[in-house]
Design a protein around this ligand. Structure first.
Ligand code: HEM
Length: 138
């Protein structure tokens, strides 16, 4: 099985999420945690995910640093994921808790705060767009 090689940043002095390298480290660390999570792990194909990491890093670069490399539609990507395997309210909660924990364990600063704020807002949008506890009609 392919593994996500996550750098262990927990002992290091916390920096902010203000460079592409820091964002890459967050993404590696977060998805390593996701793949250990019993509720979230079934959504992911680890081999595919490891190939998608640059795409997810580009997304967070766009959100936090204004990068222009991510040009896909993440909502549509998650519509398709939700169609294959329904994302429950508990799954949304688990994703957010894991994300906030990862940021807090490894990073501190204004962009780290912004990342958590954005994650909460985006989870809120996804919950509305992909109602977790009712059949999807679209
Ligand atoms: C419970 C909630 C969520 C689940 C179960 C979930 C699951 C997934 C899965 C299975 C993929 C595909 C990975 C692959 O290609 O191998 C994916 C892609 C992605 N996820 Fe999520 N996700 C969730 C929430 C979020 C949130 C809140 C964000 C952003 C704040 C996010 C950002 C992304 C991005 C940017 C991609 C790449 C999309 C693309 O292909 O363009 N996800 N997610």
């Amino acid at each position: 099985m392919a593994r996500i090689a996550a750098p262990d940043l927990r002992g290091a002095r916390k920096g902010d999420l203000d460079t592409p390298d820091a964002i890459a480290a967050l993404v590696q660390q977060f998805y390593a945690k996701v793949l250990r999570h019993p509720g979230l792990r079934p959504f992911f194909n680890p081999a595919h995910l490891s190939r998608q990491m640059p795409v997810i890093e580009a997304y967070w670069e766009r959100m936090l640093l204004g990068g222009a490399r991510y040009r896909r539609n993440m909502v549509n990507a998650h519509r398709e994921i939700h169609r294959r395997r329904r994302i429950s309210s508990a799954d949304f909660d688990s994703w957010l808790v894991s994300f906030v924990d990862t940021v807090d364990q490894c990073f501190a600063g204004p962009r780290a705060e912004r990342a958590k704020f954005l994650a909460r807002a985006i989870i809120g949008n996804l919950r509305r767009i992909l109602p977790p506890d009712s059949p999807q009609t679209a």
